[in-house]
Design a protein around this ligand. Structure first.
Ligand code: AHR
Length: 323
């Protein structure tokens, strides 16, 4: 269901198969939640989907997940299908930040609450969603930038940045936070910045182009907006004869098992955690809302902790079967 690539026809089939089109609740007594998921672009995303399924099972919720293959139009179609099914609530992990008002108004008209998971949207009408369960993505960028500036204290450092999906809230905000942090250190210069779309394959290509353009010896550090892209960048650096984690500092975001493996192997230096358990708190706030009818917190903020190689081996062991 969550293949890394696939055709639009497969997506349409998925939506059709899961749609009952009755306009009435289809849960047979169970709470039904439709989850307009982005896709499977990263290890973190796959873990978020896995944990959402587990959380739903534990709570006896009928969770219907659609995989948009990283396309906003597929997410909009999925939301419309969920509305037609008469689900009790919709979870949306918005691939990009803009362009949601029309479809969210349709959900509002159908009295279906929408909870945003892991990414935020740009809208003037905050009533279009019930709540958002996300981290502070600007803060994540700041944590990464502060860590880097401390490591290079006073020494000149040319850093390259691999951004997430263009127009997505984490890409915009993780860049903003990092830029703010390194602006305090005149010795740290952002040499190049380009999108790797949150995927290993694209990030590897981006890193290869950075190495070609900058010269391997001139790159002091790599900042990637997620760990998967850092894994791709590490591969590109190794193929170019560079030594990531030793001669080139790395810092990325997510804290997935593969980056802990890379840290334990000496190929990576730091990661900022993003919990994949976004659905659990969202189910809980929905249950409370259903019970007492009071509007929940507009933003449920998840923590962002920095991890370094000292705990990498143990973290890898702890997480490898969870993700
Ligand atoms: O929105 C969260 C980001 O999306 C994660 O950091 C990344 O891995 C995913 O693709």
């Amino acid at each position: 269901m969550f293949a890394r690539s696939g055709s639009f026809a497969a997506f349409a089939m998925l939506v059709l198969l899961s749609a009952c089109g009755s306009g009435q609740s289809a849960g047979g007594g169970k709470t039904v939640v439709g989850f307009a998921q982005i896709g499977s672009e990263s290890g973190w995303r796959a873990a978020e989907t896995k944990m959402a399924k587990l959380s739903a099972e534990q709570r006896g919720i009928d969770l219907r997940i659609s995989d948009a293959q990283q396309r906003q139009e597929n997410q909009i179609k999925a939301i419309r299908a969920f509305i037609a099914q008469g689900v009790d609530a919709i979870f949306l992990a918005p691939v990009v930040a803009t362009g949601w008002d029309a479809v969210l108004k349709e959900a509002q008209a159908a009295k279906i609450p929408v909870v945003l998971l892991d990414r935020s949207i740009d809208t003037v009408d905050k009533n279009l969603y019930l709540s958002a369960v996300t981290s502070d993505t600007v803060h994540e960028g700041r944590v990464a930038g502060d860590w880097l500036t401390k490591q290079v204290a006073g020494k000149p450092c040319r850093v390259v940045e691999i951004q997430g999906t263009v127009g997505s809230s984490p890409a915009t905000n993780r860049k903003k936070g990092f830029d703010e942090a390194i602006a305090k250190a005149p010795n740290v210069k952002l040499a190049r910045s380009q999108s790797g779309d949150f995927t290993r394959t694209k990030a590897k290509e981006v890193m290869e182009s950075f190495v070609k353009a900058e010269g391997a010896a001139n790159i002091c550090a790599v900042y990637a907006h997620n760990d998967d892209m850092m894994i791709g960048a590490i591969q590109a650096m190794k193929e170019a004869g560079m030594k990531p984690g030793k001669d080139v500092l790395t810092v990325s975001i997510d804290a997935v098992p593969d980056i802990f493996k890379a840290m334990a192997d000496g190929d990576a230096n730091a990661t900022v955690e993003l919990t994949p358990d976004m659905a659990g708190p969202a189910f809980d706030l929905l249950a409370a809302y259903k019970k007492d009818g009071k509007a929940p917190q507009k933003w449920v903020q998840t923590p962002s902790k920095l991890y370094l190689p000292d705990t990498a081996g143990a973290e890898y062991e702890r997480r490898k079967n969870l993700y």
